[in-house]
Design a protein around this ligand. Structure first.
Ligand SMILES: NC(=O)c1ccc[n+]([C@@H]2O[C@H](COP(=O)([O-])OP(=O)(O)OC[C@H]3O[C@@H](n4cnc5c(N)ncnc54)[C@H](OP(=O)(O)O)[C@@H]3O)[C@@H](O)[C@H]2O)c1
Length: 243
């Protein structure tokens, strides 16, 4: 059983549709932009406070989060993936990806961390980045760039907030079996690109959502009390396999 940062912790999450709340918290705020997903979540976990919000909208997010908290644990999970080749990107494409994948993490992260700092009790933040923060794949260029930025934001915040007992880390998964991967066709058994990735992965599979949740919970917990500023590959060994 994992001991969280505080037994009375409150936490805000950008919610993915996967069932990830396997630990006990007094209060959880789940943020997503699709009300029906939040309604489904609320049915499963009555204690959760849903907050329907486009985190890509800086001002709306700032205002909505003013009424929430105090927050002790934060997971920045919301993200989008667009595939395109360099030569075809528009300014709008970049704005869309960076507003959600990058700017939201700064906006929400600094707001929550500043409040943690003011309250003087420390806290923990986990940013969901990607294996594509370390490496690139053709047609995923801007997504990769956004996740590289997430990792630098993690390091920067870890350095600045560390003196206040606030830890900030990233999780960097390979393909995870979620709606995003499904939309990309990566869960299709006949997808050659996906099969190549699995073939190069020492553990010979993609990640399940729980494979990502477990290290997030560890990093949020007091068991990770001396860990901050790191980027954790959750990739079945893919990143160390040269051939
Ligand atoms: N799946 C993978 O293979 C993979 C691999 C590495 C890293 N990741 C990262 O893992 C994180 C979670 O992705 P996932 O695979 O769970 O994707 P997903 O199935 O598409 O879920 C993403 C969630 O974020 C929400 N979201 C997206 N944009 C939002 C916004 N502007 N405001 C509020 N909520 C928003 C989505 O809501 P809507 O459905 O309403 O858009 C959805 O609930 C992302 O940061 C992703 O980049 C995923």
């Amino acid at each position: 059983m994992i001991t969280l940062h505080s037994t009375t912790a409150r936490m805000v999450m950008n919610y993915s549709t996967q069932p990830i709340y396997t630990f006990t918290l007094t209060e959880v705020v789940a943020v997503s932009r699709t009300q029906s997903d939040l309604d489904a979540l609320k049915k499963e976990h009555a204690k959760i406070q849903p907050l329907c919000l486009d985190v890509g909208n800086w001002e709306v997010t700032k205002n909505a989060l003013k009424g929430v908290g105090p927050i002790d644990l934060l997971v920045n999970n919301a993200g989008i993936m667009d595939t395109k080749e360099y030569g075809t990107y528009t300014e709008q494409d970049l704005d869309r990806t960076f507003n959600i994948n990058v700017k939201a993490i700064v906006n929400i992260g600094q707001m929550i961390a500043s409040d943690m700092k003011a309250r003087g009790k420390g806290g923990a933040i986990v940013n969901v980045s990607s294996a594509l923060g370390f490496a690139v794949v053709a047609t995923y260029g801007v997504y990769c760039a956004s996740k590289g930025a997430v990792d630098q934001i993690t390091r920067g915040m870890a350095v600045e907030y560390g003196p206040y007992g606030i830890r900030v880390n990233s999780i960097n998964p390979t393909v995870v079996r979620t709606r995003m991967a499904e939309k990309e066709g990566l869960l299709d058994k006949n997808n050659e690109f996906a099969n190549n990735i699995i073939g190069r992965t020492p553990l010979r599979r993609f990640a399940d959502p729980q494979d990502v949740v477990n290290p997030i919970m560890f990093l949020l917990s007091d068991k990770a009390a001396m860990i901050t500023g790191i980027t954790v590959p959750v990739d079945g060994g893919l990143s160390v396999n040269y051939v």
